[in-house]
Design a protein around this ligand. Structure first.
Ligand SMILES: [Zn+2]
Length: 236
């Protein structure tokens, strides 16, 4: 059987048969794929850690008509600390769920974005939801909706009051607003701009606070649902 090496992160999985597991792997090379781990739930299985949620590594897979089977893995990082902190865990799960629901094709830059976001949640002391906010903004960006503009997307006027148009995923002025728009406060707009322009490894220096932050999160989640039909997973 031909074998291939892929760099990937485990984004979900289910137990099958007595000791097997079917895992969803988001990979640099192939995008999202389903892989099987044989006998991996046995006490002394050598690939035990490689099947766990968040595990990031170089996976060797053998492919046949029946699908992909993982035969070995060099773990780069298991991001183990995420599972020890309930808030980090929920936020990281929300990110992996976005990848699961919305990322179909391979996109190296987006793959790097996913790994950076999970790494920041794991190791940095960042205020809750900032990584998820930034990740959502980037996700829209990669999907072709770079919306944090200073100008109305419809008439081109400079924006002094802003509305988010869910039909187009862009900002519009009061004159162009439609039924499917929400007002965006200056502080929410500024919050999103700051998160967009700050690298993941600098996010721990960011402090936004107040209603802008809350409104930004709500608009980003609503936009994701509007675009994809899926809700962003609940975070605590
Ligand atoms: Zn306008």
């Amino acid at each position: 059987m031909p074998s291939t090496k892929v760099k990937g992160i485990v984004i979900g999985g289910i137990n099958v048969k007595e000791k097997d597991k079917l895992v969803k792997l988001y990979t640099l090379e192939l995008g999202k794929i389903s892989v099987a781990f044989k006998g991996v739930r046995a006490e002394k299985a050598k690939l035990k850690s490689a099947k766990e949620l968040f595990c990031f590594g170089d996976y060797i897979i053998e492919s046949s008509k029946a699908g992909h089977i993982v035969t070995s893995c060099d773990i780069i990082d298991s991001f183990h600390a995420i599972s020890k902190d309930i808030q980090k865990y929920y936020e990281a799960c929300a990110i992996l769920n976005i990848v699961d629901k919305a990322a179909y094709e391979s996109n190296p830059l987006f793959f790097i974005e996913v790994i950076k976001s999970i790494k920041s949640i794991c190791y940095d002391n960042i205020k809750r939801l900032y990584v998820l906010d930034k990740f959502l903004i980037s996700y829209f960006d990669y999907s072709g909706y770079r919306f944090l503009s200073e100008k109305c997307s419809s008439c081109g006027a400079k924006l002094t009051k802003r509305y988010f148009n869910y039909d187009t995923g862009e900002l519009v002025c009061p004159a162009c607003k439609t039924f499917n728009c929400d007002a965006i406060s200056d502080s929410a707009f500024t919050a999103m701009k700051i998160l967009q322009n700050t690298d993941y490894d600098k996010l721990q220096t960011v402090k936004l606070g107040g209603e802008g932050e809350v409104q930004a999160f709500n608009i980003l989640c609503k936009n994701f649902e509007w675009k994809t039909g899926y809700k962003v997973l609940k975070v605590i």
